[in-house]
Design a protein around this ligand. Structure first.
Ligand code: ATP
Length: 232
């Protein structure tokens, strides 16, 4: 299987803080993987390493076979990223917002229209984003990350603040991206919402990977930190 993401013994230290320490994992096309851990576990730093925004202190990171920090535009175009707490200019409409990002990222002409449709925002496309609910803003954020049909989609805490129904709607779209062949990596605090949504879970604790497997496999690990322990 070809690999879209490959981390080998990666560390990222900030002075004495080991944000990420000796982490290895790889992900292939079609995998939906959740990165789970407490605040400060190193999830965002892993995403930054995969985006090429941080360089490893040790080890290597390859995304689509390349070093993401090398700045290769063809790799950057195939990476989608939804930051935590994404915010948009409230005075622009959904369509204007997305059109702006389509142009910025060199997407297909009028790609925004298909994305608005796909994410259930067509009816609100010409309304200002300031009138959108949190769930609609998150879907607009996901639409932005999906421009150009990325091979690797990185989502940082995408469901924070969404009610359970909106979470499931959001995961439905994420699963579709996986089925279409994208590698999806998403950060989460909670394991309970991942059932049926993430095929694999990587658990981070204090910068280290402490578990990596399906939810069923992880259910049997007793030494998980209490707050992220699975209900059995
Ligand atoms: P959260 O769920 O709060 O986003 P996280 O799992 O994403 O947490 P990171 O943001 O990756 O965790 O942070 C891991 C550790 O590294 C934390 O102790 C954080 O304070 C530290 N850290 C991250 N970035 C920097 C930086 N630029 N400078 C110094 N320390 C940093």
């Amino acid at each position: 299987m070809s690999l879209n993401v490959e981390l080998k013994s990666v560390a990222r230290h900030y002075g004495p803080v080991k944000a990420v320490d000796d982490v290895s994992f790889s992900a292939g096309p079609g995998e939906v993987i959740a990165l789970v851990g407490h605040n400060g576990a190193g999830k965002t730093t892993l995403i930054k390493l995969m985006l090429g925004l941080a360089r490893p202190t040790a080890g290597s990171v390859a995304v689509l076979g390349q070093d993401p920090a090398a700045g290769d535009a063809s790799v950057r175009r195939r990476l989608g990223y939804l930051p935590e707490n994404v915010s948009f200019n409230p005075a622009l409409t959904g369509r204007e917002t997305l059109r702006f990002y389509v142009r910025l990222k060199g997407g297909r002409p009028r790609e925004e229209n298909g994305l608005l449709e796909r994410l259930g925002l067509a009816h609100a496309a010409d309304r200002r984003v300031g009138t959108y609910s949190k769930g609609m803003r998150q879907r607009l954020g996901l639409a932005q990350a999906m421009i150009g049909t990325p091979a690797v989609l990185l989502l940082d805490e995408p469901t924070t603040g969404l009610d359970p129904e909106l979470r499931q709607q959001f995961y439905g779209i994420v699963r579709e991206m996986g089925t279409a062949g994208a590698t999806v990596l998403l950060c989460s605090h909670a394991l309970n919402e991942l059932e049926g949504n993430a095929g694999r879970v990587v658990i981070m604790n204090e910068g280290r990977k402490i578990a990596d497997g399906s939810l069923d496999e992880l259910r049997h690990i007793a030494q998980l930190p209490t707050k992220i322990r699975l209900k059995t």
